[in-house]
Write a protein that binds this ligand. Structure first.
Ligand code: NAD
Ligand code: UD1
Length: 339
């Protein structure tokens, strides 16, 4: 039973592939390295000591992707491949809609042709827009404010329509909150090119002196300390949620939707202080204007995933901060040893 993982060299995909291989599942990865590196394949091999198949292809190309379906007896698909930077999506909407929608349509078309019926989709808490109350459960109203979020919501609706038309098609839509942290080995993690947009990668760059200080976007929100509150989830817990979701859809439930978050909200300064404490490093910061489009607070009600998937988070904020730092230090020493 082969699992096709699109975007399996990316941040969340690579951690999920490790979980799958550790659980002795057969995996074929496809990725075009538009936001990842071939080195990740060696790291996955080193961590798991397991074999897997890999194709370097752009999955918007139907002919290339069809080869993968022809050469492998695929039973299920986990679809991570997408462009994911919110700000960039506002500047380059066409690229975002083209890549995120076409890749999914081509994939779904080939799944139909090759009679593959199980699909796990990476959605995002961004589809909840600006929630009126907290915590957020799966029945909250959906809305988006940028092309990235819109591409996720459009795909969710496409999947709902397909499930209505074909009662044998099984889909798990997973709405991630804020994934952070890295594999305990320090070999895989999140390493964005250029100046990071998201909080944890920015903090890690400050912690190693690559950036001088953190800009804290506003301290006048209605939160415990005035800074924005989010539901940070360790990428290992998130990855494990995909295995549980895969097992769930093999029971033929049709379409299921789950929040993957811890249910805890932490502020920007909670993260800064915890990171400083557990890693014994300084994180200088400046309070600046709010970032356009940010909301004050966002955290999940993960009860449905806890109950129906028998899934819960094992790692806390300290683990997330420690593992992010370990990965960052390891990346520097690898870069130095290559030089
Ligand atoms: P990532 O950029 O690290 O990984 C995505 C991978 O997909 C990359 O390796 C990239 O090279 C590949 N890819 C993109 N387009 C492709 C294409 N057309 N053909 C083949 N490969 C392609 O992102 P991530 O953080 O691992 O996110 C994975 C998924 O989760 C994405 O769908 C993202 O939108 C979603 N998500 C991420 C977050 C987050 O904060 N990281 C939050 C919510 C949802
Ligand atoms: C961002 C995306 C969201 C995506 C999520 C996944 C935006 C507007 N939203 O959400 O669609 O699903 O990532 O992880 O990009 N902050 C700072 N300084 C920084 C960076 C961030 O103070 O340099 C603050 C933000 O104001 C926010 C918190 O840190 O309060 C988290 O920000 P970030 O990591 O960018 O995630 P989100 O905005 O929640």
């Amino acid at each position: 039973m082969m699992i096709l993982v699109t975007g399996g060299c990316g941040y969340i995909g690579s951690h999920t592939v490790v979980e799958l291989l550790d659980d002795n599942r057969d995996v074929v990865i496809v990725d075009n390295f538009s936001n990842s590196s071939p080195n990740v394949l060696d790291s996955i091999k080193e961590i798991t000591d397991k074999d897997f198949r890999f194709y370097k292809i752009d999955i918007t190309n139907e002919n290339d992707l069809e080869v993968v379906f022809k050469e492998n007896k695929i039973n299920s698909v986990i679809h991570f491949a997408a462009l994911k930077a919110v700000g960039e999506s506002v500047e380059k909407p066409l690229e975002y809609y083209y890549n995120n929608l076409n890749s999914t349509l081509v994939l779904l078309k080939l799944m139909k042709k090759y009679n593959v019926k199980n699909f796990v989709f990476s959605s995002s808490a961004t589809v909840y827009g600006s929630p009126k109350t907290l915590p957020i459960n799966e029945d909250f109203p959906l809305s988006t404010t940028n092309p990235y979020g819109a591409s996720k919501l459009i795909i969710e609706n496409i999947l709902k329509d397909i499930c209505k038309a074909d009662s044998s098609f099984n889909v798990a839509i997973l709405r991630y909150f804020n994934p952070v942290g890295a594999h305990k080995s320090g070999l895989i993690g999140e390493n964005p090119n250029g100046i990071p947009n998201n909080l944890m990668p920015y903090i890690t760059k400050v912690s190693i002196g690559e950036l001088p200080f953190l800009n804290v976007y506003g301290n006048d929100y209605d939160t415990n300390d005035g800074t924005g509150v989010r539901d940070y989830i360790h990428v290992l817990d998130l990855a494990n949620g995909h295995l549980k979701a895969l097992d769930k859809i093999h029971t033929s439930p049709g379409l299921v939707i789950y929040n993957l978050g811890t249910g805890n909200g932490y502020s920007v300064l909670d993260l800064v202080n915890t990171y400083s404490k557990v890693n014994n490093v300084d994180i200088p910061y400046k309070i600046v204007e709010r970032r356009a489009g940010d909301i004050a607070k966002c955290f999940a009600d993960p009860t449905k995933a806890n109950k129906e998937l028998n899934w819960s988070c094992k790692y806390n904020l300290e683990d997330m901060c420690k593992d992010s730092y370990t990965f960052q230090l390891n990346s520097i020493s690898n870069a130095l040893s290559v030089d």
